[in-house]
Structure formats: structure tokens, C-alpha cells
Design a protein around this ligand. Structure first.
Ligand code: MTE
Ligand code: MO
Length: 362
């Protein structure tokens, strides 16, 4: 099939809209995920836009509405580079879906996460150029793509609070890993909100609106919120959910892969850990006895606070079936919850329970 040949390195869950994960055995090969290994999450169409005709509107409660061309953006604003991990709120949904079905949602493993060096201009510089009006509390984004939501065609969108929008890490990015954004990742321009779930980082950015309220866009107002385990699609009151923002402290084992057969003895176990919180990852631990005892992993690569870290541990594994378990701690003393059960939510978001992988040793 077309997309299969176009994305030979990815796990393609869905072709239209295109949703594809980074295979875990590739995840740990490079701290910066190469473009052809980077996970892709789309909700609808795949807009194609030429730089020459591209325009970004900045409007709403501003002193001076702006209509910026691609050249304006590059010429009028200072450029910055930041290393940041993008992670989908649905990362590790498959483990939640195994507890109770989550119909109609992509069953991501720990594979909806990737890292790049992003280059762009600061959102705050563009907002200052437009002049932030009185009463602004939120900044809303709208993409060029069209998705199907509640039986209607809607553009993908999101919003963040003004304080986050003014933070220096938030970029309007045009490059990833020193190359122009690919069409899949939002060419020619996307929002990049380090530390927040991927859904807030709107691709193919068309419009920025300054406003007093959060965005009424379907994907902000009626999606990407957390509800208690007893709430269902039918009973959900979207005015009462908790909109997802910061990435939860999380970690996952990438290799060995689940179900893999290995020789007993010293075994290298590798994975990633991530947090969107202020306090960085401080410690990663592994257990082969269900969490009774833990072995410290080495953090082998760590960039700045907006990116994942890589870890490795050499474990001495006996013959038989073994359950590997990982959990991370941050510098504020927080750790991950042991079980996924109390985290279950009908949309399958934000699973950060201990990650467990079964392997066989001979
Ligand atoms: N315009 C637009 N932006 C979007 C989306 C989308 O469908 N349309 N998906 C969002 C979601 S849910 C995620 S996780 C990230 C994924 O970014 P990537 O495809 O570059 O990995 O893009 C976000 N931005
Ligand atoms: Mo996402």
C-alpha cells in the first residue's frame, strides 16, 4: 500500500487519517529521532501548502492584527533552536485498552513519542508584535487541515494559557533536525509547545487568536480531557473534564521487546523517560520481581528539560519467563503510579503506570 511503502520504518496503525508509531527497537538508536522514524499523528486531511502563498493570521484581542508571510516570519523575528520531545496523549493507550476496551481510538504502544531539534521564532515575539490586548487569557491555534468530528468537518485546533504562550520555549517552528518540516509534521509552520501533550502543538498553522476563554475548537473543548474511570463517552460532561496540558512523568522499556527470546545472563535493558514538570528526571529504576526490589539504571543521555532522557541497565536474568518493570522519579520526589487500572479513562489518555514487558530467557 502507498503509505506502507512511503513509511517503511514506521508502524502504520491507520492510513486515513495517517497514524504511525516509531518502532521501539528504532526508538533508542538516536537521541534525535530521524524524520523517517518520527511518529505521525493526524486527525484529518494532509494539507499541502507552498511557502510562497502561505499566510499566518494573528487576530482577536490584539492591538494590530497581523497577516504574516513565511518570509515575514523569517525576516522580522529572531530565530531560536530548542530540543524537545513530542508525545501524544494517547501514548501507551494499548495497556489501558487491554483492561477495558477503548473503541475507535488508535491502540498506541509506547511508540507515540519522538524527539527533535526544532528551529523557529518565539510565539511571544509574534504576540508582542501584534500587541496583546486587555483581557487576553488564552492563545488559540487553528490548523489548515480538516478533520471529521461529531459528524462535521472541523479544522484541528487548540489553546494554551497566555503565561505558557509567553514562555521562551514555545516556538512557531519551521525546521526539525536542521531540515524544513516535512508535510507530515506541519510544513511550512507548526506550533511547538515543549512540556505539553502533542495535541496542543498545532501543525500547518493558519491562525493564532488571542482571547479571554479557552478555544471552543472541538479538539480543545470536547477532546483531550481527562475524566474519572467511571465516566463514559455517553455520560461525559465536557465542561467538567480536565484539559490535558503538562506531560505526566513517564518511562518505558524499548529493548528487549515484549515477547523477545534472549539468552539468560547479563542483558542490556534500554528505554526512555520523560516529564513535562518543572523538576527533571532524576532516577530510573528496574525491577524483575514485580516491584519488590529495584536496580538503578544509568541515564545515558539527557539534553535539557524539554526532552526525554535515555537510560540503560545491565540486568542478570535467569532462565525462564521474566517480567521487566521500569519506573522513573523526578527531582521533586514524584514517581509513576504502579497500576494502570485507576488511570483508565474512556479516551485512553495519559497512561503513565509502571511499564512492564515480558521476555523469555533460555
Ligand atoms: N493541524 C494539526 N495539528 C496537530 C494534529 C492534527 O491532527 N492536526 N495532531 C496533534 C497531535 S494529537 C499530536 S500528538 C501531534 C503529533 O505531531 P507529529 O505528527 O509531528 O508527530 O500533532 C498535533 N498537531
Ligand atoms: Mo496526540
Amino acid at each position: 500500500m502507498l503509505t506502507r511503502t512511503k513509511y517503511p520504518h514506521l508502524t502504520v496503525y491507520q492510513e486515513a487519517p495517517l497514524n504511525a508509531g516509531t518502532p521501539l527497537e528504532l526508538m533508542r538508536r538516536s537521541f534525535f529521532t530521524p524524520q523517517d522514524h518520527f511518529f505521525i499523528r493526524t486527525h484529518g486531511s494532509f494539507p499541502r501548502m507552498a511557502r510562497e502563498t502561505y499566510r499566518l493570521s494573528v487576530n482577536g484581542l490584539v492591538q494590530q492584527p497581523l497577516e504574516l508571510s513565511y518570509a515575514d516570519l523569517l525576516m522580522c523575528f529572531a530565530q531560536h533552536t530548542i530540543t524537545a520531545t513530542l508525545v501524544c496523549a494517547g501514548n501507551r493507550r494499548a495497556e489501558l485498552a487491554a483492561l477495558r476496551p477503548i473503541p475507535g481510538k488508535v491502540s498506541w504502544g509506547a511508540d507515540a513519542i519522538s524527539t527533535a531539534r526544532w528551529r523557529g521564532v518565539r510565539l511571544s515575539d509574534v504576540l508582542q508584535a501584534a500587541g496583546i490586548g486587555a483581557g487576553v487569557r488564552y492563545v488559540a491555534f487553528r490548523g489548515l487541515d480538516e478533520a471529521q468530528a461529531a459528524g462535521e468537518k472541523v479544522h484541528f485546533g487548540s489553546s494554551i494559557r497566555l503565561e505558557k504562550a509567553l514562555s521562551p520555549e514555545v516556538l512557531l517552528a519551521f525546521e526539525m533536525n536542521d531540515a524544513p518540516l516535512t508535510p507530515e509534521h506541519g510544513f511550512p509552520l507548526r506550533v511547538l509547545i515543549p512540556g505539553y501533550i502533542g495535541a496542543r502543538s498545532v501543525k500547518w498553522l493558519r491562525e493564532i487568536t488571542l482571547q479571554g476563554e479557552p478555544s471552543s475548537n472541538h479538539f480543545q473543548a470536547c477532546d483531550y480531557q481527562i475524566f474519572a474511570p467511571d465516566v463514559t463517552e455517553e455520560t461525559a460532561d465536557w465542561t467538567r473534564g480536565k484539559p490535558l496540558e503538562e506531560i505526566a512523568l513517564n518511562s518505558a522499556i524499548c529493548t528487549p521487546r515484549a515477547g523477545e527470546a534472549r539468552r539468560a545472563g547479563p542483558t542490556s535493558v534500554q528505554g526512555y523517560a520523560i516529564t513535562g514538570k518543572e523538576a527533571p528526571i532524576e532516577r530510573v529504576e528496574l525491577s524483575i520481581d514485580g516491584g519488590a526490589t529495584w536496580t538503578l539504571a544509568n541515564i545515558t543521555a539527557q539534553a535539557d528539560r524539554w526532552a526525554w532522557c535515555f537510560w540503560e541497565a545491565i540486568l542478570h536474568l535467569p532462565v525462564g519467563t521474566c517480567q521487566l518493570t521500569v519506573r522513573a522519579w523526578d527531582a521533586a520526589g514524584r514517581t509513576q503510579p504502579e497500576h494502570a487500572q485507576p488511570l483508565w479513562n474512556f479516551k485512553g489518555y495519559a497512561n503513565n503506570a509502571w511499564h512492564r514487558v515480558h521476555i523469555h530467557l533460555t
